[in-house]
Design a protein around this ligand. Sequence first.
Ligand SMILES: [Zn+2]
Length: 494
Amino acid sequence: MPGFLGKLYREGRVYTEASLDHGISTTCGGHATILTGMPPGPIGIPGNTYIDENFNMRYCVDDLDDNYKVFGQDVNRSPNSMKASTFGEWLKQSYPDSRVFSVGGKDRATITMAGHKADGVFWYDAKNGYFTSSRFYTKELPVYVQRFNGQNPLIDGYLKDTPDTWIHGEGSYREDDYEGEVEALNRFSGHPLAKPAKSDDESNVFDQIYKSPVIDTQTLQLAKIIIEEEHLGGGEHPDLLILALSAIDLVGHQYGPRSAESEDTLDNIDHLLSEFVSDLERTLGKDNLLIVLTADHGVAELPEYASEMGTNNCPEQGRIAAWPLFLRALASTYWHFTGPFDRPSELIQFGGTGFSFSRDYIDREGLELSNVIETLHDSLSEIDIVRNVWTQKEILAGTNEESRLLRNSLSPKNSPDILLQLHESCVVTLGKGTTHGSIYHYDRDVPLMYYGWQIKPGHIAGKAHTVDIAPSLAEHIGLLTPQDLYGKPKRLRD
Ligand SMILES: [Zn+2]
């Protein structure tokens, strides 16, 4: 890579075997770990969604308090379900004049990394096509964000300049337009963003932007404005700027990790960061920057491509539809426990990472919780793509590495009663494309690179985890941290 990613790899401190130290590799938990120094489960983030005590589906950065409405939307957002403090909070504790800003494509990424005391947290609203925030952080959107939104600098400009055909440069990507890639965004070959047809409404364009490299371009444009307007890096003490570059995840979901589209997305990040960092080095001075790059998770190969490569280890070598699994769970529950006039969903719900049972229903009908759990456990265990069915008890009592990783994603109050672990390479999707979330290396392996202020360069082999980032950074710049952190500081200097 000719730009900043290549430079980071050559001149930075690179942990070559870095991974997540938790078993459920979803976005919310992955980001919550990076700057708290805690695994996601114990701090209340078992997945992107979960079933709460009242048997309602909840989003990880949702908040029941209507004081925390998002600008321009009828939803509430805050970091309140995350029961941990962040690096940004430790920074402000030591240096009250330090500023903390977070900007990116997704609310669950920017919020969980920023934490509770950030000065500004902004993410892209794919419905309305602008950057927004929650009233948890600010009474109104700063004027410079409103101005940026009003100009829509890239939405119009980019689409106007979009070529009719797109030719990828020399790359290492696999054959383009591979079977299994998502085609929903009526893209032309290899290009992740199509010109809107006349009939398209704007929201379709916004959704395309959200799922393309353009979201990263926009994120960094806004980040640049934040730096200028807030004079970041200009004070006596360190400031923190968090960037959540979401495109690689969204593009990965649609086209897979070896696609021309994924390579385009990385090229874009490489190029954008190159410009972004040289600007900062010029204005702040090379010795005044410390940069960390990592990820919240990886992504599984497209099942069709994995099959051709001979790396598909799923007993059913295709993609796995979710509905037969749900149907099986519902049928088994209905057959054994639900009253003839009740819907099985009154007793059982899928919360995103597994199945939860309603305690109310169980009490009302005089059922035995352990019996209900065991019955579903046995029924799901018979499915050939299922490698293991975990109850919370089994996760807590387990002695192998998988149970340890799952414990780090276990949130006793919010985790499901039954967790399904499929075999390696089994990709459950609603349609085409691919996903992540599993315990396997392709979903847990991530980059981890440090660069800049007093960082000792070099390539370091051996285990390294994202949960160690916050304590390592804190030690590096001399911050006090909470005492019971799970992550361990790694020495970043000589
Ligand atoms: Zn994702």
